[in-house]
Design a protein around this ligand. Structure first.
Ligand SMILES: NC(=O)c1ccc[n+]([C@@H]2O[C@H](COP(=O)([O-])OP(=O)(O)OC[C@H]3O[C@@H](n4cnc5c(N)ncnc54)[C@H](OP(=O)(O)O)[C@@H]3O)[C@@H](O)[C@H]2O)c1
Length: 264
């Protein structure tokens, strides 16, 4: 059985759907999960205490915090788990984020694959309310481009790594197909909803105040640095999605049309 922890998240939800559609036996875990696609076992649980009994492979994510996973992975190994696919961040190889989670994975003795995505296309959902109410995107660094990645593509890579051989000991940097600025993301959302969306510049301090409402302070600081002053490495398109999936990553415009309903 494959266990997906974080099963209601931006990556976890499409991953559960893809695995179920592929005919896998899946258990979907999150603290507050109440439903999943037909045939999927739903289990409310916390990564820190969930039972790995009967699990052959697991997808794990550590939501927003930089924490060691040693105890979780020791429990997984003791229960007979063979393979883990762990959602990390591009911030680890670039040195922006601490490596504690990845270090735990590498020394776990389990077969592992690390996913290191850049900024998610789904971060644009934070603009949904202002687009719905006033057709505005309010954001900092309007002309700084990053190759944001569709979480559906991250899920697709996770599904391959969980189901196929040949991905053990690999770390994949996951990006979209081209850098895109917040101003152009606003235009793409406008195209998806069928009405112009205005870009309204925000200062770094204004953005910090808003982000502090839903992110730990150390994550806010790093995120603002990446959004405002990305390194050439962070602006570069990674070949890893195309290499694993055999097709290019999906553009932001495609994500925006899939999620147009959230902005209408
Ligand atoms: N957003 C980005 O741009 C970005 C970029 C690079 C890497 N990442 C990484 O990607 C990961 C996902 O980020 P996200 O913001 O997209 O997450 P998200 O969609 O909000 O998903 C979080 C999921 O994990 C579950 N969850 C949270 N804590 C849990 C716990 N202790 N035990 C079990 N389930 C738990 C949540 O459901 P419940 O609340 O029901 O538990 C939900 O299903 C994070 O580790 C983040 O650091 C994000």
């Amino acid at each position: 059985m494959i266990m997906v922890v974080g099963a209601t998240g931006n990556v976890g939800a499409p991953l559960v759907r893809m695995l179920a559609e592929a005919g896998e036996e899946v258990t979907a875990v999150s603290r507050r999960i109440t439903s999943a696609p037909p045939g999927v076992v739903v289990r409310q649980g916390d990564l820190g205490s969930v039972s790995f009994s009967g699990v052959a492979s697991a997808f794990l994510m550590v939501s927003g915090a930089f924490v060691p996973l040693d105890d979780v992975l020791a429990r997984a190994a003791a229960a007979g788990v063979r393979k883990v696919v762990v959602l990390s961040s591009q911030g680890v190889p670039t040195g922006r984020h601490p490596a504690v989670t990845e270090e735990s994975v590498r020394r776990s003795g389990l077969e592992w694959t690390l996913l290191q995505p850049g900024a998610f296309a789904s971060n644009a959902l934070q603009w949904a309310e202002s687009v719905r109410s006033s057709r505005e995107v309010v954001a900092p660094f309007g002309d700084v481009a990053l190759p944001v990645v569709d979480p559906e593509d991250i899920a697709a890579v996770a599904a391959v790594a969980l189901r196929a051989e040949g991905h053990a000991g690999k770390s994949y940097v996951l990006t979209g197909p081209a850098p895109i600025t917040p101003r152009d993301q606003a235009a793409a959302i406008g195209a998806a909803v069928g009405e112009p969306v205005r870009f309204v510049p925000q200062t770094r301090d204004e953005a910090r105040a808003v982000m502090s409402g839903f992110m730990p302070p150390e994550v806010v600081a790093v995120t603002l640095d990446v959004l405002g002053s990305p390194t050439p490495e962070e602006q570069q398109v990674s070949p890893d999605i195309a290499a694993v999936l055999g097709r290019p990553p999906r553009p932001f415009a495609e994500w925006a049309s899939r999620f147009a309903g959230a902005f209408k």
